[in-house]
Write a protein that binds this ligand. Structure first.
Ligand SMILES: *Cc1c(COP(=O)(O)O)cnc(C)c1O
Length: 227
């Protein structure tokens, strides 16, 4: 059962209040953090409810679902789609068409296909980094990041621009366990001169704010459990 619009609005307000408190603890401006409401596997009505409560950025993991929802919700002005999941080459076109930011670039082939499929201005992207070396997860190992950045320079008519890094640390019920990963990601981005840090989910977004996240990807805390 999807949550009611009232419940979604209340949960969104709670998440926003927690982000604001974390910003105050970290002496950061609230505007320096963008909340991406992760709406994957949630119905379009749930997105409409969050939109009505002022939310504008939404995150989707699956390219076809992103395509379908972008079509179903094309009447919502100013809605920004964040593609947060890994991409198969044959699905790149959907992201190239509608995404405001792609968070999970991790191989050259996807970058090449994005460049081929993108018309209009370059697509802002983040590189996904697999900090814990988990074999089940996508993403680059930290030491592979400079090589991919350099390889991107060889793409003719590059239609993407790398703005920062993204990570999804091992799932934990203890937010503090994510802190070292967030710190590593922040240090890596700093060493590469990249400004954006997409990190923190329902499990650990307050810690992510304290460690410098500029984009938070929060789903369950806003929309409830996924179908
Ligand atoms: C699903 C997902 C999230 C949101 O997770 P919640 O626990 O629901 O907040 C964040 N990031 C990525 C990459 C995801 O796939």
């Amino acid at each position: 059962m999807p949550l009611s619009p009232e419940e979604i609005a209340a949960r969104l307000a709670e998440v926003r209040a927690r982000i604001e408190a974390a910003c105050q603890r970290a002496r950061r401006a609230t505007e320096s953090v963008e909340l991406v409401a992760v709406s994957k596997l949630q119905p379009p009505e749930a997105i409409r409810a969050a939109f009505a409560a002022g939310q504008r950025s939404f995150g989707e993991s699956y390219a076809q679902e992103l395509r379908d929802k972008a079509e179903a919700l094309a009447d919502l002005p100013g809605l920004r789609w964040h593609a947060i999941g890994p991409l198969q080459l044959n699905k790149v076109k959907y992201v190239a068409r509608v995404a405001h930011l792609f968070h999970a670039l991790d191989r050259l082939e996807v970058a090449q296909e994005l460049s081929r499929r993108r018309s209009g201005p370059p697509l802002p992207c983040l590189l996904e980094v697999n900090l814990a070396g988990e074999s089940t997860k996508h993403g680059l190992r930290p030491e592979q990041v400079p090589a991919l950045l350099e390889a991107l320079g060889s793409i003719p008519e590059l239609k993407l621009s790398v703005r920062g890094l993204m990570c999804l640390p091992p799932y934990t019920e203890e937010p503090e366990r994510s802190r070292p990963h967030f710190r590593s990601l922040s240090a890596l981005a700093g060493s590469l001169g990249l400004a954006e840090l997409s990190m923190g989910t329902t499990a650990d977004y307050e810690v992510a704010v304290e460690e410098g996240a500029t984009l938070l990807r929060v789903g369950t805390a806003i929309f409830g459990e996924r179908a």
